[in-house]
Design a binder for this molecule. Sequence first.
Ligand SMILES: [Zn+2]
Length: 487
Amino acid sequence: MLIKRVLPALLILTFAVYFIARYKGPEPGILTTIDKSNLKKYWKISEVNLDEGGFLLEKNSASITSRFRLRDFELTLKLKTTKGAVGQLNFSTSKSYDSKRSRGYSVMINNSDYSTGIAQKTGSLSKIRNNYILTAENNNWFELKIEVHGNHIHVSVNDKLISEYTEPQSIRRLENLSGIVLSRSFISLHKTSDQGKIVVAEMKIKPIIEKSSREILPFKPDSLTDIIDSLNQREFPMIDFHVHLKGGLTMSQACEHARENGFNYGVAANCGLKFPVTNDSTLISYLKSIQNEPVFKAMQCEGREWVTLFTPEAVAGFDYIFTDAMTWTDDKGRRLRLWMPEETFIDDDQHFMDMLVGKIEAILDGEPVDIHVNPTYLPAKLAPRYDELWTNERMDKVIDALLRNQVALEINSRFKLPSIAFIKKAKAAGVKFTFGTNNAKNDDLNRLEYSIKAIKEAGLTKDDMFLPRARADRKILKKGLPAKVTG
Ligand SMILES: [Zn+2]
């Protein structure tokens, strides 16, 4: 009995002593700067040029790989990329890199513009917590920090937390991704593109080998966690493009909600007549105030008057812009706001519907927006008859207008709009989609439940999804603004 208890403990102790004795890395518990003087002592280098004020990785598959194994650590790199450069910082990985049979976790280094090159940007914990938001710029120094403590992984860029992940006790991965699991293993930096350069000015590492300093965080998965994890593993862009800092919701609360749930956020300012952002100067100062936040910067174009208030150059500062068809002036000259019963005038149901469809077409044809949001929204009086009033003919008119203007269609998680039938029809026609919540307060950020239902029921794939256009390619710059209001 005693042997049964003592023997396993002795074995564990022997292994622990053996591994600690064999560990040949930088001193545990303290921060060691890795520079030219000690690089080769601790790291194996391949195709790395040490002459250019740091470590230069230029050739595809140039790499730096640790000679030591670690499970827990804090690692900071000061980096610069040039156009076309893509790299990966791998940990819990193998000694020799094999892009097809990856082992361990991978943090993306990629500062290419939107819709050019790889969609995942710097700070993405690839296929686990994907990040699609630009967090650093080519030709500028930035700091990438990776922390692994217990079962918790943090990835930060320039001191902003980008990806956060708690590895659960029972890990579920797609078959070809079963190697993505924390282990006491190697750390490596690899260049994975032919073009561009990655320069490492400085590396700092703090190894952690004391078990007592590891923290195992509790993690309670639920049915939605599993689905979102699996969509991330398939690199389905889980992005909520329509979030407002309203009702006391702060930027840091919004970012935390996104990280915890495994998606990215686009935060939108409401811009228009009688809104806080109402001209170029308030627009520019707003954009400046959020420029370093790890969210897409979005403009919600309010009312129909917005086209007269801003210049295209200022609007092009946003990653994308969107509007809905909930505010317009009817053929009797009355300004309607469809979510307010006292400002909604319906003399005849069918005539109202035809007028609504006409307004949607005029808005999509005239206003250079990227996304049509809160789509197919009906006033409370008509909403119960949604399926009857949104006839095939009316759906087709909206879908045609989306296609001819290359406007993406929002699948709204709060309003649960448009209907699954509409989404199926739009998908078949080739419309691109976005997900959006359009929260009204600080407690109604959901978890994209309706969007996830739409993925399943309409069979959406990552190719059906919209991603922001490259800066030079923005619609507002190409199309300009209409001379007068559209509706
Ligand atoms: Zn909104």
